[in-house]
Design a protein around this ligand. Structure first.
Ligand code: ZN
Length: 133
């Protein structure tokens, strides 16, 4: 099982307000935006080594990210860990009694499969990400 940090998700009100900072000031490669309908967010990725920073902007007031910002303000939202086989990982965690937000993977950005583990378990919202093979 290979594990690495796939990306770190940061919730913001407006991606546009942060592009200059992450791309030009920090010098990270901006790899474009995508709307993830399922999560009601627009995401933008900035490459940093093997990982990425993912900025998340809510696209609707009932988006989970909008609720997060309302409650806790803009800031770190989740850490994503790479998974080679997300269904297998979820099954194993479920068997071990780990509380999951998603027992079945959802569609993430760039054709990925993603699932969230309940923050009560990991003390931070953890996302598993399986890249498109
Ligand atoms: Zn993410």
């Amino acid at each position: 099982m290979t594990r690495k940090i796939n990306h770190i998700g940061i919730a913001v009100n407006s991606i546009q307000d942060f592009i200059t900072l992450y791309r030009d000031v920090l010098g990270l490669e901006y790899s474009g935006e995508e709307v993830v309908e399922d999560q009601k967010v627009k995401v933008a990725f900035f490459d940093i080594g093997e990982s990425r920073i993912e900025l998340l902007e809510p696209t609707a007031p009932d988006s989970p990210v909008a609720k997060f910002i309302e409650k806790r303000g803009e800031g770190m939202h989740h850490i994503s860990v790479s998974s080679d086989d997300i269904e297998k990982d979820l099954k194993e965690m479920k068997e071990k009694g780990i509380r999951l937000i998603d027992e079945v993977p959802r569609n993430g950005a760039h054709g990925t499969k993603i699932a969230f583990i309940h923050p009560k378990e990991t003390k931070v919202l953890l996302e598993l990400t399986e890249e498109k093979h």
